[in-house]
Design a protein around this ligand. Structure first.
Ligand SMILES: *[C@@H]1O[C@H](CO)[C@@H](O)[C@H](O)[C@H]1NC(C)=O
Ligand SMILES: *[C@@H]1O[C@H](CO)[C@@H](O)[C@H](O)[C@H]1NC(C)=O
Ligand SMILES: *[C@@H]1O[C@H](CO)[C@@H](O)[C@H](O)[C@H]1NC(C)=O
Length: 489
């Protein structure tokens, strides 16, 4: 049997086909006619209308107020919007005030050092330090932690006590200890990311996994410093004294803050540039492989060794501040590259140190901090940390050649910083038959300051080993990576 539907000849008889063609022709002509008429009528009405009257008409039909159309430019957060609240003890004031002098800028910053009792002031100190105040009496509060000290209550209340001073134009309260060193430019950069009109509690955890378990991974460690937005400080102040009474068993001031934050339902916003440094020994591994985020604070500087060898703690930090002044955004930012001809791996921590390794290490190894430090219980335990670390190599040939910052300057002609790093510790003898970095005594690093580094998505800078005729020197350029530039040999 023939299937009609499959046979085109039967389906479209010649008579029906011509009908369809005529129908389509008519349809198209009609649409064209209608379209043209519409166009003509429109242009007539447009000509009739006064352009001004059409604008009035537009704004009349809008329901929202006119300033919505051009919102007021929001002023970026700067140092003047921050008030520091520093928790200090009269007993340690004499040494600790030296740490504050390293970062405090009296004419530009606002803040209070809150003490337990009056301290002797040395002449000249007034001009170099924040205003000193004595904290309110807390003897009526319960404190029942067997290991801690009841000064925790006093220090916890610094947020409320600072708020009650009623300073104007405050967006953020930033808390810290008397042994916290802030990199103010980077603190401002970090806070600029957040809306100060909302509730924010910003800081970082401890390096110690056990400490974080014991206290909380949701707690901002007080020594590393933390920031509380103005409206959150207002909300906290209203409840803080009642809240503190609910937690007499807690240990410190920062866990008391966190307990109140939990009651307010405000989580910790983590920023990895705040450093509690709950470690012992040598910070080198941590400072040589900083995460790709601005350095905001350093803490426990009395606990760890001086960050540069053979100088006092304060002298060492003062040296770091020389580099900080030239390019705060780039401070201790890591870049990794290879000396291709000599098969060396080079890791720069700008403004702090340069390392040269024999052989090729991958970027993923180099960006892991080497365990040059001990954990908070003074043990070398690789399971102790809340982040990845790598062991210090036992092989004498793989021990890095370390060059520490000696000086940094800004060159007006090239608009570049030039920082110098020198080796102070000898390396052990190695029998590998490859080029030996022992001949390199100093490293020179050139870098353009980049104040906008953190306005872009986070990315490590690239470094390049430059050809040089200077004997005993390695010259390196650090800057944004070029197109297709990655860390490879
Ligand atoms: C900081 O911002 C305020 C406005 O909120 C402005 O008046 C002041 O000049 C700014 N300061 C600096 C140093 O930019
Ligand atoms: C450390 O300092 C002392 C005295 O200032 C000096 O004699 C010594 O050579 C220095 N050591 C190193 C490794 O720089
Ligand atoms: C130098 O570099 C800085 C940062 O990139 C820039 O703001 C400044 O305008 C530059 N100055 C000159 C003279 O090129």
């Amino acid at each position: 049997m023939k299937n009609n539907f499959k046979d085109p000849e039967h389906f479209h008889s010649p008579w029906t086909f011509s009908k369809i063609v005529i129908f389509f022709f008519l349809l198209i002509s009609l649409s064209y006619l209608l379209y043209s008429l519409r166009f003509v009528s429109h242009s007539f009405t447009d000509c009739d209308q006064n352009p001004l009257s059409s604008i009035t008409h537009l704004s009349e039909t809008r329901s929202f107020p006119s300033d919505e159309e051009s919102p007021k430019p929001i002023e970026e957060t700067n140092l003047s919007h921050i008030v520091f609240g520093i928790g200090a003890s009269s007993k340690l004031w004499k040494q600790r005030k030296e740490y504050i002098k390293l970062w405090w800028r009296p004419s530009e910053m606002r803040g209070i050092v809150w003490l337990d009792q009056k301290v002797e002031t040395e002449p000249g100190d007034e001009k170099l330090l924040p205003q000193l105040k004595i904290s309110g009496d807390t003897s009526n509060f319960k404190y029942k932690n067997p290991k801690g000290h009841r000064s925790a209550i006093r220090i916890s209340r610094i947020v409320s006590e600072t708020l009650k001073l009623g300073m104007e134009g405050v967006r953020w309260f930033v808390m810290g200890d008397d042994d916290t060193v802030f990199i103010a430019e980077n603190l401002v950069k970090v806070l600029q990311k957040y809306d100060h009109n909302q509730f924010y509690y910003i800081g970082s955890s401890s390096e110690s996994h056990l400490q974080n378990m014991y206290f909380s991974y949701n707690m901002a460690y007080g020594g590393g410093g933390f920031a509380i937005s103005y409206p959150l400080a207002v909300a906290l102040e209203k409840i803080q004294d009642r809240c503190i009474q609910r937690y007499p068993g807690l240990y410190g001031s920062d866990d008391r803050i966190q307990a109140c934050m939990a009651e307010l339902g405000v989580p910790l916003t983590k920023e990895r540039g705040f450093h509690q440094f709950d470690v012992y020994g040598n910070l080198f591994g941590l400072l040589a492989a900083h995460p790709v985020t601005p350095l905001v604070s350093l803490h426990h500087l009395d606990v760890v060794e001086p960050i540069f060898p053979n100088v006092t703690r304060v002298q060492a930090l003062r040296r770091l501040m020389v580099a900080k002044k030239l390019d705060p955004a780039g401070l201790i930012q890591q870049s990794i590259c290879y000396d291709k001809a000599r098969k060396w791996t080079v890791s720069v921590s700008w403004g702090y140190a340069v390392q040269i390794f024999r052989g090729i290490f991958s970027a993923r190894e180099m960006e892991m901090p080497a365990r040059t430090f001990l954990n908070w219980y003074r043990r070398a335990d690789y399971t102790a940390y809340a982040f990845n670390t790598r062991p210090v190599s036992r092989n004498v040939c793989q021990k890095p050649f370390v060059y520490y910052l000696t000086n940094a300057i800004h060159n007006k002609h090239t608009n570049e910083t030039s920082s110098e790093y020198v080796r102070v510790e000898p390396n052990p003898k190695c029998r590998w038959k490859m080029e030996d970095p022992t001949q390199i005594e100093r490293v020179e690093v050139h870098k353009k300051p980049d104040p906008n580094l953190w306005d872009k998505s986070p990315r490590r800078n690239c470094c390049r080993v430059l050809p040089t005729k200077k004997k005993g020197s390695l010259v390196i350029d650090v800057g944004p990576c070029g197109e297709d530039e990655i860390v490879e040999l």
